[in-house]
Design a binder for this molecule. Structure first.
Ligand code: SAH
Ligand code: MG
Length: 195
């Protein structure tokens, strides 16, 4: 049996960008408080956040998507070690190609930062009215607030795309979004019940 601490240590040693402690605690509390039962996660990595999420609400069922085969395999192993196969369903796929008819209480976006608008648009119709979309890394190590500190051109492009996503969320009428300065920056978008 593996421990959560072992997953965290492994991620740190192997530079796998799992959710920061503060953001993770927030997500777990959120899931328990809102009793989120059907959850879609975009970006599983080694399964850390899916496992924490499953443990936060034993009534929940999580579908999680990962496109990197090595991480996917490791996630399967970890999910197995925690005996959470009944609660977590993982797919090896590009989240921009996966389709599902299921309706979710919560969608957690934590994959390629440049694609956030695309993820949102692809899955917002799978969100129940009153449901939430939570997006991670909207501060991106503080670069979003201080883009002048970014030297690399690629990184600057990425920061621009994250900013664009923030503007997109703010302008979206069918959702009410709050931006939280916890972890690496977390947005909570609440789908209004009626348009
Ligand atoms: N949620 C995880 C961390 C995810 S890191 C945790 O906190 O434990 C982001 C992951 O998203 C990476 O493993 C990357 O391979 C994956 N990813 C990026 N773009 C993706 C896409 N389009 N479809 C599926 N997975 C993607
Ligand atoms: Mg993240």
């Amino acid at each position: 049996m593996k421990t959560i601490k072992e997953l965290e240590d492994y991620a740190q040693e192997n530079r796998i960008p799992i959710m920061q402690q503060e953001g993770m605690d927030f997500l777990c509390t959120f899931i328990a408080e809102h009793d989120c039962k059907n959850i879609l996660e975009i970006g599983s990595a080694i399964g850390y956040s899916a496992i924490r999420t499953a443990l936060a609400n034993p009534q929940s069922k999580i579908i999680t998507l990962e496109r990197d085969e090595e991480r996917y395999r490791m996630a399967i192993e970890n999910i197995h070690d925690f005996h959470l196969e009944d609660q977590i369903e993982i797919h090896l796929c590009d989240a921009l190609e996966y389709t599902t008819e299921e309706m979710f209480d919560l969608i957690f976006i934590d994959a390629a930062k440049a694609q956030y608008i695309k993820f949102f648009e692809r899955y917002e119709h799978n969100l129940k009215p009153g449901g939430h979309i939570i997006s991670d890394n909207l501060e991106f190590h503080g670069y979003v607030e201080h883009p002048e500190t970014v030297i690399s051109r690629n990184l600057r492009q990425l920061v621009k795309k994250i900013k664009k996503y923030i503007v997109y969320l703010e302008a979206k009428d069918s959702f009410e979004t709050i931006f939280l300065k916890i972890g690496d920056g977390v947005a909570v978008s609440h789908k209004k019940s009626q348009k």
